[in-house]
Design a protein around this ligand. Structure first.
Ligand code: LMR
Length: 333
């Protein structure tokens, strides 16, 4: 009797109503650390909608935003273990995977614009970087954009010397560690979900991030001053567990690739506007003071942070730097 009940329960779950056909959707857990109302959050939801539509419901994408499933480092481990199938971490978090080369993308003042970023990542360097993930059991599907970093603390940060002695939260990149040290700050790695409290309680004095992340995590409510410095870029790599991905039926994978391509175009097309709107919202809130750098101040930051480029050669290697300089048509000394 008990056996019969179990079988009936299983049938109720796996039979498509009215068809008598067995149906158990393939589940893709997509974990990320930011809010739904951000470029990455919206991109993940767009991918879910398109993937479920193109596969006629054969694939179900479960999106877990705001570190609700895993925090920064844990989510990468979970992907390798197969507990989650898809992530979009910032490329600043790839060093624990042994893929330090991704940190080259965090170099200060590297990308002149969002267009320059998007174009570069579609080129040779993007493919080259994804190759670095292959031996780790991870496949890279796309690069997503979240615009340029601002920086904040409870005092105005206008000149490089204003950073002296400030503890600044960074997300993991040694390149960011380096450029903040160049201006005299003391960088500290913290998981994204811990930043608000760390700022509120003074565990750290400041942080860097994009406007959409400041707004949705309320960082601006616990920082008296934000400088719209756009000194570095925040980008994501959408990655999957290779064994899972390659094990999918070929037709399903084709539909998912199409969904990912479209979700990528969508995400990269909204990033600028999302961040502009978030910045306007932050301004309207009156909870912090926004500062904009003069040309001289911008130059002073660039000069102060320039030694990071030399240092980066030892950290990320010259190959990725050469590829970037070719793709971006810039000189890197
Ligand atoms: C951070 O930790 O600051 C970022 O990586 C968060 C994100 O994913 O945008």
């Amino acid at each position: 009797m008990r056996k019969w009940l179990l079988a009936a329960a299983a049938a109720a779950i796996f039979m498509a109503p009215g068809t008598g056909m067995a149906q158990s959707p393939i589940v893709i857990k997509f974990s990320h650390v930011v809010a739904n109302d951000t470029p990455k959050g919206k991109g993940a939801i767009k991918f879910k909608e398109l993937a479920e539509k193109y596969t006629n419901g054969k694939v179900k994408v479960e999106v877990y935003p705001n570190s609700s499933l895993y925090k920064d480092k844990e989510e990468i481990e979970a992907l390798q273990l197969g507990s989650v199938q898809m992530l979009a971490p910032s490329t600043a978090k790839f060093a624990p995977l042994g893929a330090k080369e991704f940190e080259a993308l965090d170099l200060p003042n590297l990308f002149a614009s969002e267009e320059a970023y998007t174009k570069a990542m579609k080129g040779e360097v993007g493919k080259w970087l994804f190759k670095k993930l292959e031996p780790k059991g991870i496949s890279g599907l796309a690069f997503w954009d979240n615009g340029f970093h601002m920086v904040s603390s409870n005092r105005p940060l206008l000149n490089p010397s204003d950073f002296q002695g400030l503890k600044i939260r960074i997300s993991g990149s040694k390149i960011a560690d380096r450029y903040f040290r160049d201006v005299g700050a003391i960088p500290q790695i913290l998981a994204f979900s811990e930043v608000y409290q760390a700022l509120q309680t003074g565990v750290v004095d400041g942080c860097e991030n994009t406007a959409s992340n400041y707004l949705t995590q309320k960082f601006h409510e616990v920082q008296k001053h934000i400088t719209v410095s756009y000194h570095a870029h925040l980008q994501y790599a959408v990655i999957v567990n290779t064994k899972f991905w390659n094990g999918l039926p070929a037709d399903i994978r084709t539909q998912l690739d199409k969904a990912m391509d479209e979700a990528t175009d969508y995400t990269n097309s909204i990033a600028v506007k999302e961040n502009e709107d978030a910045l306007a919202e932050i301004k309207k809130s009156g909870k912090t003071t926004l500062h904009y750098l003069t040309d001289d101040q911008k130059k002073a930051w660039q000069t102060a942070m320039a030694p990071t480029y030399q240092w980066a050669k030892g950290r990320v290697g010259t190959e990725v730097l050469d590829l970037l300089s070719k793709e971006l048509n810039i000189k890197m000394n």
